[in-house]
Write a protein that binds this ligand. Sequence first.
Ligand SMILES: [Zn+2]
Length: 159
Amino acid sequence: MGNAFMKSDATRNCVRCGRQYRESDDDAGRWNVDFNAGYATALVCPRCQTNTESLGAEIDSIELEGAGTADWNTLSDENRSDIILQVIEQRARTVIADHKDKAQMAGDTEVAFNLEAWAAEAIDGAHFFDGQPETVQAEARAAAASVIRQMLNLDEIGY
Ligand SMILES: [Zn+2]
């Protein structure tokens, strides 16, 4: 899923250094989508990512490969919370990107927005939360909604 949003040729270069995204490259799974770069969907290559961005991309690909559980038990509670928040943020980003991408491909300039549904989408697809109590999943959805609100600047307009 990590790169499913990279469908159009227009978005296939790193917005910071211009490097072209190629699926065959070793680091192809660690590219990020950046919404703060002034583009609807801007790609950032691993070399140009800040540490936080890079961690998010790393965690997302670990999670997707199902390999993240190996070291999970050795982490402190604090580290686990950090990682969970990173996963939520990364997934919220992906949900926003997917919706924007779908709208663009359909030629729409506006995206139908449903905060609750998007937050649920972000959490439902994360294996981290499979089998967790409903209270945990509800907390995760609330965190995802908060991230989505921030990313879309909805706090400013009082959504
Ligand atoms: Zn770059």
